[in-house]
Design a binder for this molecule. Structure first.
Ligand code: CMC
Length: 474
């Protein structure tokens, strides 16, 4: 058992308690849908497809399994509760990407590589040229993946570090945005003509291992470093160098807040990273796989995963939940607030799921962990928010639990956990993305081994044989 697990046995107990509760509540249900014992599936297969591709089977996978009826979440055959109780994010990432738990030596080498890839100085330098404090944090995170890509392709080139002549500010008169477009004759790259011709001869280097392990590791560490840098830049502070002595979770908190976390804080962040690492063919994973299936590369693919995750129906819900709880403002307002939501037929953020029709196992862990943090904190505002959340959960389950099988999902309590760890609200969704990089890249690596470009059809319900009418006659 690692030192961290020994120091945080109370957290392990909470997780095992959640596991026991889950087993008691779902033990009657034996169904195992969307499973096959046959590893060589004969396509095409029959499935009933609903809107939003509900029920569609797009590929086979050995990476992870979600059983919505039972509230099961399995990574590579291991129960999520056991992984949270006994493992670490680094080990779980290895498991997802490589398909087995690592030996001690394999984990040591993996950790060393991840630590090495935390240093993304050139990417940070490029990020510092952006107006990060005014940008959506997920937008910066997505751009960050492109910068890491750029970093990887220029790494050994003599142009790796930009020189003064290539800066836009070197000649104000020739900034193209300030001149009228003149077409081909007046090339828009005039502002860096001096070195453009020479530079253009140097082609971008090929990415090493564009859809393989190296890119996966670089992104796993790099996206976390970008998230840390974004948090700091938004506060008007300089990004912090990664600390090679710290675990993935501790370093993430350190680079974000500037403080080395306590063992309990580190462990809770680690558990949260494990819980968010993979989740079947969710929208962002699918987006990532669609991009990779064109044989574009891992950096572009992860960038599209980040874009998809940002939506409030997906990962963006964690930030929305905290806003919603603050908007409710007081435990006595919950009933009235919820009634109004119902009347307006509006959704409550942090509830419901396309797949889970039972309590989301991730919320089963994060709820009690939030409670544990709140009990040990003297932050009155957080205590109030947590009480509002508990009351809202009661209300929603009482109305929609039985009838529509709507329960809290992972995003309902994750924001409260992050707040207690002093993570700013605009970093909640980026933190989700940081963990999900392991699932995204694992699934991309698996899929491209038997790649077929994703290319579904739409059912055309439009018209035919219309006559074109010129614009002045419409
Ligand atoms: N609050 C109230 N009613 C809901 C909710 C909710 N959060 N979610 C679903 N319903 C109702 C919905 O109104 C519909 O009712 P009816 O059949 O009477 O029209 C029924 O349940 C089915 O809803 P749906 O929108 O068709 O379900 P879906 O599978 O398309 O959407 C969902 C799943 C997660 C997008 C949806 O539950 C939702 O919008 N939840 C709120 C946003 C949220 O918390 N997202 C995080 C999801 S989990 C983590 C992640 O993926 O990032």
């Amino acid at each position: 058992m690692s030192d961290l697990l020994k120091q945080t046995e109370e957290i392990t107990k909470i997780i095992l308690e959640a596991k026991k509760k889950a087993q008691i509540e779902t033990k009657e249900d034996k169904s195992k849908d969307f499973v096959s014992n046959n590893t060589d599936i004969e396509w095409p297969i029959n499935c009933v497809v609903g809107p939003g591709l509900e029920g569609a089977i797009a590929c086979t996978s050995k990476i992870g399994y979600v059983n919505g009826a039972k509230g099961w979440l399995i990574y590579r055959g291991y129960d999520i509760f056991d992984l949270c109780a006994y493992s670490t994010f680094e080990e779980v990432s290895y498991l997802l990407i490589h398909g087995k738990l690592p030996t001690k030596d394999e984990l040591d080498i993996f950790n060393k590589k991840l630590i090495n890839y935390r240093d993304i100085n050139y990417t940070i330098k490029l990020l510092m040229g952006l107006n990060v404090e005014e940008m959506n944090t997920m937008a910066v995170l997505r751009i960050g993946t492109n910068f890491i890509r750029h970093d990887s392709t220029f790494i050994d080139s003599k142009y790796y570090k930009p020189d003064f002549n290539s800066h836009i500010s070197s000649d104000e008169d020739s900034i193209p945005m300030e001149t009228k477009p003149m077409g081909e004759k007046e090339a828009i790259y005039e502002f860096k003509k001096a070195d453009y011709q020479e530079k253009s001869k140097i082609m971008e280097k090929e990415l090493v291992d564009p859809i393989g392990y190296k890119s996966s590791y670089r992104l796993l560490s790099g996206v976390a470093s970008v998230a840390g840098a974004v948090a700091r830049l938004r506060q008007g502070k300089l990004p912090i160098e990664p600390n090679p002595e710290l675990s993935f979770a501790a370093n993430l908190i350190y680079m974000t807040t500037g403080k080395i976390p306590t063992p309990v804080e580190e462990r809770i962040m680690d558990v949260s990273l494990i819980l968010h690492a993979d989740h079947g063919m969710n929208a962002s994973t699918f987006a990532t796989m669609v991009v990779a299936s064109t044989l574009s590369d891992m950096y572009f693919a992860v960038g599209s995963g980040i874009a998809a995750l940002n939506g409030p129906l997906h990962g963006g819900a964690n930030a929305e939940v905290l806003k919603m709880l603050k908007e409710i403002g007081d435990i006595d307002n919950v009933e009235q607030w919820y009634e109004k939501k119902q009347q307006n037929k509006e959704k409550v953020m942090g509830f419901g799921h396309r797949v889970y029709k039972a309590y989301d196992p991730r919320a089963r862990v994060l709820g009690p962990l939030a409670e544990y943090l709140i009990q040990n904190s003297d932050n009155k505002e957080s205590k109030k928010i947590f009480k509002i959340a508990q009351k809202l959960e009661e209300q929603v389950i009482a109305h929609l639990g039985k009838e529509k099988k709507i329960f809290p999902n992972v995003d309902f309590y994750s924001g409260i956990v992050y707040s207690c760890l002093n993570i700013p609200v605009e970093l909640f969704t980026p933190f989700f993305a940081v963990s999900r990089v392991s699932g995204w890249t694992a699934r991309v690596i698996e899929y491209v081994q038997r790649n077929r470009i994703f290319r579904p059809r739409a059912l055309y319900i439009g018209e035919f044989d219309k006559e074109y009418v010129p614009i002045d006659k419409r």
